[in-house]
Design a binder for this molecule. Sequence first.
Ligand SMILES: [Zn+2]
Ligand SMILES: [Zn+2]
Length: 135
Amino acid sequence: MFFIHCPYCHKQVFRWFYAGHKAKHTAVQPDGQAADHITLAPAKRFQGALDDVPKQYKHAKCGVTTEMPEDHVRSYLADPFLYDGTAFCCECSQYLPYEEFTWRETEQSLEAYFRDLQAEYLTKHDGKRPPRPAV
Ligand SMILES: [Zn+2]
Ligand SMILES: [Zn+2]
């Protein structure tokens, strides 16, 4: 176990260097967003079509829409427990709780959407949650 699978870039990183390596991924950018976010490894992501999947979310407070990156969409469709219940608003430059956002495409709140995805996951997997990535 000398290497850690990095959940940000999916490279094998030598354990002693991981803290410094991770710090580069999590460094806050001028826009308030972290440089990188964790995702599932490409082979573990949802591989199907995304035509009916909402991707644009609107922040109630400022009214501005932010686009969910595709690698995140494909990651949380496969593992709806991966993220921590916040989304980034590009106008407010902050991570804010799902309750404050709704999908533009469906007008459903992100909070209800993720709750449904999680419930569906548990039904399919005998109530078992997916393993946590080593962060
Ligand atoms: Zn990395
Ligand atoms: Zn906002």
